[in-house]
Design a protein around this ligand. Structure first.
Ligand code: SF4
Length: 377
């Protein structure tokens, strides 16, 4: 966890690499820390304690870390991460400060875990993300690559390193991914990020509003570039007023706010119809850059209630609350050795078709819309 914020920080790198002007746009906006971030810090502190002392997370139940009491839930999720790091093995370091200023001016951060496997000449850089909102993947992750650059710079003088594997572990949403690159590939990213950092620190860096850049940008509510882009997109084929003008939200007059609110149902229905149309175009393979893929599936019991109750009881789980517990609830209670028997008790149902980028790993679905009553819009 970074205790001091670098101007070009690794955690905000997706923003400033894509939108170099965001560094200046955000520099006078105070950092606000959410309750979720504070809980994340608590989980990091607990995980470090477990890794250093080799004690299980449950050992610290009821104690406070960063003001948060260690609950069963926190201990269970932190333990998953601790087990994962220990399984990597090799020379292990935790909460290690890494310096990537060779590529990014004043660039530094704190890597959650670093492991050096001398047998495979691989440097592992592990990032624990305790949130349960957006899934973050290791492939192409700029924060992970910046930490990898710093770790490589630090350890390449001591160890023989041919590969760097970046891991992102999100225990609360069971999202664990890794991505391996060669040293040469990491250095290509280093040159790229060096150029982007120089642009971000130049006198007149360009704005570039994109979904990735703007997602966590603190300047979003007052950003004229984002407002203009939204306006351009919305009004390209659609006129709200005779001479429309779009300003940052905090510059709008109450009359203008009222005017926009009046038009919101129209805008929302237009956006919804665009989405619906996009589904049909993708269904016919006519939407460039998109395809339909299976959405998130769900599970349900595959036998009658009494049979499931008996089976769960035999597996050492009390299934009775007020009614039969769900598959996900039971999974949390099942012991490791009973996992395979448990998996026979439920089936996974396919999710409704959902729109995804063509680069998405899931296979494309075609001509399936008639089989579903409604798509996820
Ligand atoms: S809101 Fe988007 S476009 Fe505006 S400064 Fe932030 S990242 Fe750049």
């Amino acid at each position: 966890m970074t205790t001091k914020h670098a101007k070009l920080g690794a955690s905000s790198s997706e923003r400033w690499i894509n939108c170099p002007a965001s560094v200046k746009a955000c520099e006078h906006i105070p950092n606000t820390s959410s309750n979720y971030a504070a809980e994340g810090t608590a989980a990091h502190e607990l995980s470090e304690k477990c890794l250093i002392t080799a004690k299980p997370a449950a050992h610290y139940l009821g104690l406070k870390f960063n003001g948060f009491v260690v609950t069963d839930d926190m201990a269970m999720h932190v333990q998953k991460y601790v087990d994962y790091v220990n399984a990597i093995g090799g020379v292990l370091l935790f909460e290690q400060r890494v310096d990537f200023s060779r590529w990014v001016t004043d660039g530094f951060g704190t890597s959650d875990a670093i492991a050096i496997d001398e047998a495979t000449k691989t440097l592992h850089v592990v990032d624990l993300k305790f949130g349960q909102g957006v899934a973050v993947h290791a492939l192409g992750n700029t924060q992970a690559q910046l930490y990898a650059l710093g770790a490589y710079d630090m350890f390449s003088h001591i160890y023989d390193i041919d590969f760097i594997t970046m891991h992102i572990h999100q225990p609360r949403i069971n999202n664990v991914t890794d991505w391996t690159v060669t040293v040469d590939e990491l250095m290509v990213f280093g040159e790229f990020v060096k150029q982007r950092a120089e642009i971000a620190l130049s006198d007149n860096p360009p704005f570039n509003p994109t979904e990735k850049a703007c997602m966590w940008c603190a300047a979003k509510p007052t950003c004229g570039a984002l407002a203009q882009k939204t306006f351009d997109v919305v009004t390209a084929d659609f006129s709200l007023v005779a001479e429309p003008e779009l300003l940052p939200v905090d510059k709008l007059t109450p009359e203008r706010v009222a005017q926009i609110i009046d038009n919101l149902p129209l805008i929302e229905s237009w956006i919804k119809s665009i989405k619906e149309h996009a589904y049909h175009l993708a269904n016919a393979d006519q939407l460039q850059g998109y395809k339909l893929v299976a959405g998130r599936g769900s599970r349900k019991w595959n036998a009658d209630d009494n049979a499931i109750k008996d089976a769960l009881t035999a597996l050492g789980v009390d299934p009775i609350k007020q009614e039969l517990i769900s598959v996900a609830q039971a999974e949390k209670l099942i012991s490791k050795e009973n996992k395979s028997s448990f998996s026979n008790l439920y089936e996974t149902l396919a999710g409704n078709p959902t729109l995804a980028k063509s680069a998405d790993k899931r296979p494309a679905l075609k001509n399936v819309l008639d089989d579903f009553e409604q798509c996820k819009i």
